[in-house]
Design a protein around this ligand. Structure first.
Ligand code: HEC
Length: 283
């Protein structure tokens, strides 16, 4: 029965990413989803090794890859990593530092997002950074850009090479519900353009939209924070979620809203096995 469902899902994904939306999110397990999803992209872009999907559109388009490689020779985010390292080491007013909240050091990327069974919620790395500040009597940082992206860059840099490994704990109905909520959001059509995330990044991955080529959804969560030339600075994953919601003229959520955390949980799970490589640069 389960096998059949996977097959149906695979066929619908192949026919059109949007067909997935017609199935209930609860019909398939996270493991089944991961297999179908990964196979879909590996088949769609033959010859691209799994880990290469960490590089977004540059994994699949030679022309944009060349100019990106030139950018990466003098990465625009490099000074921000250093600023982040200073933030990491600088004591708060109470004398403690970030390491009081992250005793294992800054290389934390592989641990987030994760399901917190006690709090019954998805916890993300930016959230932990701000909770650490508040716990130590400091003001929380703005979520989408600015100083938070510095400390996140440093942490991402120190975590390069760690593998994505998001776990949806077996037998935890709340964790599964959060994952399925993220999944439903991903495949639901919205906005005046009536597009789902999957319409662009699954169904149409590799195709042109205005001056952009649409990146495959696989690997989209590994390189954050991202320095985008269009932003002229670093931004977080949830900043990108907002931008993509706005593109289809749908109402965006605030960064770190439950909806976006659940979305991040689903989307990051789909990149399990791919290495983190943040911070990174995009056109
Ligand atoms: C109308 C098409 C469209 C829709 C719908 C859309 N996006 Fe995007 N998205 C883009 C474009 C264009 C870019 C920039 C080029 C690229 O990397 O794909 C982008 C980039 C991204 C990136 C950055 C990828 C990278 O490697 O830097 C992420 C993550 C992302 N989108 C997630 C989402 C999510 C989640 C949704 C649903 C809430 C969504 N997108 C909906 C068009 C879309």
């Amino acid at each position: 029965m389960k096998k059949q469902l996977v097959a149906v899902l695979a066929i619908s994904l192949l026919a059109a990413g949007s067909a997935f939306a017609n199935k209930k999110a609860t019909d398939t397990t996270p493991e089944e989803d991961l297999k179908v999803y990964r196979d879909y992209f590996m088949k769609k872009f033959p010859g691209v090794p799994l880990n290469e999907f960490q590089n977004g559109v540059y994994a699949i388009d030679k022309v944009s890859r060349d100019s990106w490689e030139a950018i990466e020779e003098f990465p625009p985010y490099e000074p921000m990593i250093e600023e982040g390292e200073e933030m990491w080491n600088k004591p708060f007013a109470n004398g403690k530092t970030y390491s009081s909240c992250f005793p294992d050091g800054p290389a934390q990327r592989k641990n987030y997002p994760h399901w917190d069974a006690k709090r019954k919620m998805v916890v993300t790395l930016p959230m932990m950074v701000n909770e650490c500040r508040v716990k130590n009597g400091e003001k929380p940082l703005k979520w989408a850009k600015g100083p938070i992206t510095r400390v996140l860059s440093y942490m991402a840099y120190e975590s390069r090479g760690q593998k994505t490994n998001v776990v949806v704990p077996k037998g935890d109905a709340d964790a599964l519900a959060a994952y399925n909520d993220g999944k439903s959001f991903y495949f639901a059509r919205r906005g005046q353009l009536n597009f789902s995330c999957a319409s662009c990044h699954v169904e149409s991955a590799g195709q042109h939209i205005r001056t952009d080529i649409l990146s495959p959804a696989l690997g989209q969560t590994t390189g954050w924070p991202v320095y985008r030339s269009k932003w002229g600075e670093l931004g977080t994953l949830h900043r990108r979620f907002k931008g993509c919601n706005k593109q289809v003229r749908a109402k965006p959520f605030k960064p770190q809203h439950k909806q976006y955390r659940n979305l991040e949980y689903f989307l990051t799970h789909m990149s399990n096995g791919i290495e983190y490589n943040g911070p990174s640069a995009r056109k």
